[in-house]
Design a protein around this ligand. Structure first.
Ligand code: DOR
Ligand code: ZN
Length: 336
């Protein structure tokens, strides 16, 4: 075990909220080693236009966010090509599509993604990334991601120059689909937690609401496929934490919310996982290069150092239960 100096991370999928949870979510970004974030638009109310995104970005900076924020808008049945063109002009880099009702704040999601074909056409024209929550509404949760892949195939073939990110993939099927795709416009993000847990860690001998997220963690073979594709160094796979804070009573409830709050110790957790899997040399490209390249951004100039040290993750961060609470990690982080 040695010190690892590397570029600070790009967290290319994070939920910063627009309420009491935002203060913890914002503070967590630097602590976890990120210097640029792509903020998701499923706030309440949602970010539906370029003007909403600019307002949200400015609000987050006023709340203390001191890293670069990449803006997104949410795609709904009311999104038009004009909204896309204006959002791109104002600097939004991605449009996020949620299928109907599959996760937190997706009640305005789509049953059929191709309903938005004219919107995809406009995104392709202005080179805005399509960010996809890839699950089919109503399908059994363990199969919902695999069932989405034919829809992704259709989007890729109808819009060959549209850059698409299949977010927070959880299955071997999704890994294989992206690996086998001939498209240079397709990539996938992988979360910290999907590199660590399976369904048994959510509903094994005990129910663990703080491990519940969507898409839900899958089988050991799926976890293995995710680890192995990261080990392979394939540049189409990069880090997006999907860190999604919820208040404790919203998680520990009769009808609890999906979401895992991983950003406070994002790079410390990843370093511990990568080190245990003997793939530390792959970490920097996964968190700080592949995603920047896909989004056409310069790589971060700020650097962090991951130092070997055994320490225990606190039970709470800003009143919220962080990922790996009470567990031992193998690295601490310092900004250089
Ligand atoms: O677990 C999740 N939580 N998955 C999502 O797609 C959304 C997120 C949230 O916003 O809480
Ligand atoms: Zn998300």
């Amino acid at each position: 075990m040695r010190d690892w100096v590397m570029r600070a991370a790009d967290d290319l999928h994070v939920h910063l909220r627009d309420d009491v949870r935002s203060s913890a979510a914002i503070q967590a970004i630097r602590l976890g080693g990120s210097s640029r974030v792509l903020a998701m638009p499923n706030t309440q109310p949602a970010i539906l236009s370029g003007a909403d995104a600019v307002k949200y970005r400015d609000w987050l900076h006023r709340q203390g966010l001191d890293v670069e924020l990449l803006m997104t808008i949410k795609l709904t049945a009311d999104t038009t090509p004009e909204i896309i063109i204006e959002a791109a002009r104002l600097g939004a880099v991605a449009g996020k599509l949620y299928p109907l009702g599959v996760t937190t704040n997706s009640e305005d999601g789509l049953q059929d993604p191709m309903f938005l074909a004219p919107v995809f056409e406009a995104m392709q024209q202005v080179d805005m990334v399509l960010s996809l929550h890839g699950e089919v509404p109503g399908v059994f949760v363990m199969d919902a991601e695999s069932a989405f892949l034919p829809h992704l195939d259709e989007i890729n073939s109808c819009f060959p120059n549209l850059r698409v990110v299949l977010e927070h993939i959880t299955t071997k099927d999704a890994v294989d689909f992206v690996k086998k795709s001939a498209s240079s416009c397709l990539a996938a993000t992988i979360t910290d937690h999907h590199l660590e847990i399976t369904l048994s860690d959510v509903v094994g001998s005990r129910i663990r609401p703080h491990h519940f997220c969507m898409p839900v963690a899958k089988r050991p073979d799926d976890l293995k496929a995710l680890i192995e594709v990261v080990r392979s160094g394939d540049p189409r796979f990069f880090s997006g934490s999907d860190s999604a804070p919820h208040l404790i009573h919203d998680k520990q409830s009769d009808c609890g919310c999906a979401g895992i709050f991983s950003s406070p110790y994002h790079m410390q957790v990843l370093a511990s996982i990568f080190s245990r899997c003997d793939m530390m040399p792959r970490l920097e490209a996964f968190t700080s290069q592949h995603g920047a390249n896909f989004y056409g951004l310069d790589v971060n100039s700020q650097q962090i150092c991951l130092k070997p040290k055994s320490w225990k993750v606190p039970d709470r961060f800003g009143g919220i239960v962080p990922f790996m609470a009470g567990k031992m990690l193998d690295y601490e982080l310092e900004w250089l």
